[in-house]
Design a protein. Sequence first.
Length: 389
Amino acid sequence: MEFRIASARDRQQVEDLWAYCFEPPEHPFFRWYFEAWQPDDTLCGWEKGNLHACVHLNPYTLQIRGQALPVPYIVGLATAPEARRGGVAGKLLYAALREMRRRGSYFNILMPSKAGFYYPYGWELCYHQLKYHINMDELRGLTSSDGTFEMVRDTAGWLKLAAVYDSFTSHRHGFALRRQREWERLMGSHHAENGHIALLTNGSGPAGYLFYHIRDGLFTIGDMAYTTAQAQRSLLGFMYNHRSQATHGVWNSPYVDTLHMALANPKEGVSVYPFMSGRIVDVAGALSAITYPAGTQASLTIAVTDSLADWNDGLFTLSVADGRGEMKAIKSGNPSLSLTINDLSLLVFGRLSIAELVRTGRLTATSAKSLELLDSLFPKCENYINEYF
């Protein structure tokens, strides 16, 4: 099979494969997505002139360990029916990793429909959220009427939304940086599916927002951010005021959100939602690009196992000084610790701590000192992301 980046002349076959695997051309999201489609961000697998597989590498910028880094977001991994169960998906993912590395991207994210499918290829769930599906009456007593609301009906209001989002993510990790282009794309996709956007303002300026739909008795929030706990309660109040139109509110929140602790019946309607997977594309590049806690000094030899990307499989030395690191591949040496690309991704993305990796048998080290050093280099983070293509 030949893998290459798509060109404009491949558009029809790319659209046809997407329509076969996901939604039809008449669907609003399909129309919106392919209006902005860029051939350069689509990798195709061809067999005798026919498109057998395709994956989209949508460009994002994520804040990872103190650095704003380009991180492709894999979406639309599709295989033609005649090519399935032949190992095509693994070959396509390998080709995608090679292409991302060629472009200088050290990390990658994807939203898995089945996370277990991607584990053997090195992707791990690095982002979780809390999912709420709450009867509107449960919100009684948790709402506030502070502030005023206005509806945002065009992209001209993106700066006000951005002010809220920047405050909401300021203490979090792994989030997507949203500039004007990203806001206009996000707002465009939401409006394309007949969604609404409400902006909360208080005496200090923009304080919260909701991207939402009301359908089939559900008030469903696709994106919510707020600057204070009081603003969060005002957003809940806005939702509560729609109880004549919806019986239940549905939304996702950051994993560390504590609203559920104030619910009268938190045993129902609240669940952990595995959201986004992450993977290191290039170990040497990734650990050289990020920053490290001030004052940390380190010199470690690390053995990494990566069954898909051969450039990550082997021994590396990591040297850290003055908040910067350098990771180099070496041919021989005695490793201080050994782990798979899956576990290294969980560590660097900040989803699991060293102690958690050790307790679950996912990491082995030659000494407690190595573990302490690694713990100081990669503290656990409060991960958050809420991007849908």
